[in-house]
Write a protein that binds this ligand. Structure first.
Ligand code: ZN
Ligand code: ZN
Length: 408
């Protein structure tokens, strides 16, 4: 589990506990569900113990997720879990360490009292450094990195200034001298942040029915008018989806993103191009020359190794499923990996699929994708012992791995 967040129900005011990666607040008291939305990042504060002082908050970048890195001849991956300082200020701890685990965070809202130091470092630079540390020492250079995050947020550490010293307001302990006093921090303070946290009513925009989803879902579904929705800029927008009907009562539907794209930097304008470029041991069908290239990825969190393995298997096989444009009534596994993260992983999937590495790896830094379409596809799986078995392709996923992914 990640860090815990405490948030009052927007409907009845009861305190509700969430995990940092949760999007759906489900109130156990009034049963109202709200979908949480913030532009860019969720922002949290750690509670302080200095009610008398004027609090200044320092930003830390929180990332938890998978880092994939393409070296000259191989694709590696790691799980990265960091809370790194996001401002240049001497004396502050470089990471929050275990602190957020010991306390309940709160969302930053326009009502949060105190001043906020600007997040002045680049998220991409912090991630790159964390990614570099986790790749270990090697003489091979890294041609590409992808960060497939479950959590990317800012956590604010409360501080205050007293007698020209900077204090940690969680521990009430001086952490460094500040000879110029509070004024030295003034230029770094974000004057008018007005960060909004939006609570979206989970009602279907098309028919008004209650949308279904779990606490970590990033796509909600309507069982009444058979639609799927994702949040964008504080609104629900429709998600295109298909479903492949399964056999048997125990069928569970796992969601996958299917992304159609062309590539520049290496030429991929069709599925045949992809097979040739990656040098798959398959005879190229004539109709593949005109067939769109589709990249497949799981639309749920899972260990990086399994994520890559599944993506590769579905992408290389490019199986034509018989699909229906409706949503199965039950046993839908939640979508916990947003479409944007799936797109981020496409280069890694291309590299991971390459049998002939020389054709692909040296071009990785230059490759660009032109996304033509994306569809959420629910594929039928059968539970069998410790496994979930994909019914058409006989690809299996270990059940424990799925459970682990939910907690990642
Ligand atoms: Zn409530
Ligand atoms: Zn509806």
């Amino acid at each position: 589990m990640g860090f815990t967040v405490e948030q009052d129900c927007p409907q009845c005011g009861a305190p509700v506990e969430l995990d940092e990666a949760d999007h759906l607040l489900s109130c156990p008291y009034c049963n109202v569900k709200s979908f949480l939305f913030a532009p860019n990042y969720f922002r949290f504060v750690l509670p302080h113990k200095a009610p008398q002082e004027e609090i200044i908050y320092a930003p830390y970048l929180r990332f938890k997720g998978n880092v994939f890195f393409c070296k000259e001849r191989s694709v590696g991956h790691r799980i990265v879990d960091i809370t790194n300082l996001g401002v240049t200020l001497k004396g502050l701890p470089g990471t929050l360490g275990l602190r957020p685990q010991a306390m309940k965070m709160k969302f930053v809202t326009p009502d949060t009292e105190g001043s906020f130091l600007r997040f002045s470092l680049k998220a991409s630079k912090i991630l790159e450094r964390a990614g570099r540390l986790s790749t270990g020492s090697s003489s091979e250079s890294i041609l590409h990195r992808a960060y497939i995050g479950e959590t990317l947020s800012l956590i604010y550490l409360p501080l205050y200034v007293k007698n020209n010293r900077l204090f940690d307001a969680v521990l009430n302990r001086a952490i460094t001298g500040l000879p110029g006093g509070r004024e030295t921090l003034e230029p770094s303070i974000n004057k008018n942040p007005r960060w909004q946290l939006t609570f979206m009513a989970t009602l279907c925009p098309q028919c008004g029915w209650n949308l279904d989803g779990e606490r970590d879902s990033v796509v909600l579904t309507c069982s009444n008018c058979k639609t799927a929705w994702e949040a964008s800029k504080g609104k629900f927008i429709p998600v295109k989806y298909q479903f492949v009907p399964g056999q048997g009562e125990n069928t569970v539907y796992l969601p996958f993103w299917k992304i159609s794209a062309n590539a520049q930097g290496v030429e991929i304008n069709s599925f045949a191009d992809f097979i040739r470029l990656t040098n798959q041991p398959r005879v190229i069908g004539k109709d593949w020359e005109t067939e769109d290239m589709n990249f497949w990825t799981p639309a749920f969190k899972i260990r990086p190794k399994v994520f890559l393995h599944l993506s590769r298997q579905f992408t290389v096989s490019q199986k034509h499923f018989d699909t229906k444009e409706t949503i199965p009534k039950k046993n839908l596994y939640p979508v916990t990996l947003p479409r944007g993260e799936a797109i981020q992983s496409m280069k890694v999937i291309l590299a991971g699929s390459a049998v002939n590495k020389k054709n692909v790896f040296p071009h990785l830094p230059q490759i660009k994708f032109n996304i033509k379409d994306s569809v959420l596809v629910y594929l039928p799986f059968t539970e069998r012992g410790y496994e979930m078995l994909q019914q058409q392709m006989q690809i299996s996923i270990n059940k424990n791995t799925l459970e682990f992914g939910r907690q990642l």
